[in-house]
Design a protein around this ligand. Sequence first.
Ligand SMILES: Cc1cc2nc3c(=O)[nH]c(=O)nc-3n(C[C@H](O)[C@H](O)[C@H](O)COP(=O)(O)OP(=O)(O)OC[C@H]3O[C@@H](n4cnc5c(N)ncnc54)[C@H](O)[C@@H]3O)c2cc1C
Length: 342
Amino acid sequence: MNKHEYKDLWVYIQHDGKAVHPVSLELCCEIRKIGDASREALAAVIVGDLPESEKDRVLDCGVDKIIHVSGTGYDFFNTDAYTNLFTVLCRKYKPSAVFVGGTIFGRDFAPRFACRLPTGCTSDATQLIWNPETADIEFVEPAVGGKMMAVITVPDARPQVGTIRPGTFKYAPTGRRACITAEEIIDFPVGEIRTKILDFKADEFDESLNIADADVIVCVGNGVKGADQLPKYRELAELLGGKLGCTRPVFDRGILPFKLVIGQSGVVIKPKLYLAFGVSGAVNHVTGITDSDRIVAVNKDPDAAIFRYCDYGIAGDMDEVCGMMIGKLKAGKKLSPQKDVI
Ligand SMILES: Cc1cc2nc3c(=O)[nH]c(=O)nc-3n(C[C@H](O)[C@H](O)[C@H](O)COP(=O)(O)OP(=O)(O)OC[C@H]3O[C@@H](n4cnc5c(N)ncnc54)[C@H](O)[C@@H]3O)c2cc1C
């Protein structure tokens, strides 16, 4: 395999026929930067019809090429047809990399077509770096329980496939460029799709579980004694006009739902204020909070790693500090980390 025969960076544009999934736009913006460095074109792969206004949003991310695919088998997300589609397309066009949003669907079909090609697929990278010496993309992500950052490359195969979680990269469109469109028809026999939709029930929408865009997050870590302690953290979040989040062990203990988990395998947040109570500061969690404007951490262990990442650190008991903050806020007083709670 001569990897120099492979060119162009692809982003799969996941959509439901009405709107593009935000992760696809975030990916276009980030991969645009890699394309500028490696002098490769950025191509958006769109399957099925997309409203013009949504296509415009894709173009605004600086896409050089659209590969528009139509055919049978794509009426609903299914692994069989999409695995085949990307296998066929990659064999024909030879892209150097393919990026897919780390949604439930993307995480399902991306490793499958990577395996068929065959090439490597990296999931959940939190940073992508193009190495000019090797011409490889370095997928950087926490490993060994967050004790180290692993750099994963696919040096001997192409394309380099990656699934990236929603919210990992910023949606920051750089503007349009001249863009060409290639039309492809790839039919997949509908009878060969092994999954069927029998029924569809949308999740009941609970706004309190939608934390990705919250301005204030009160995060409860594994230091919490139990579910009976939660009301005070909820109250603090409400007083600050924010929402509750948690670390993964709090979900593992059955105290809060997975949608509130922040970090590498959870949600990436970008609040103005993030308050961590009883959070140790493991890399897998910190990965999801680094875009916070202000970080306040409360931990009884003065050597806890979370203190390396925060703007204000409070060494103390989380329940006591939370209670004091509530008292101050209710009394209409401004909180001063130096005077009030250390
Ligand atoms: C592949 C992978 C992905 C992962 N993804 C995620 C993820 O997305 N999000 C995530 O959160 N984790 C994730 N993890 C788990 C992660 O590695 C850590 O185990 C986790 O973040 C630790 O959570 P914690 O800090 O709440 O708990 P702990 O590490 O148990 O820390 C609890 C902290 O509470 C403090 N404490 C205890 N009692 C009190 C008290 N009374 N007052 C004040 N402080 C107190 C302790 O000093 C300690 O620092 C992942 C792990 C792996 C392997």
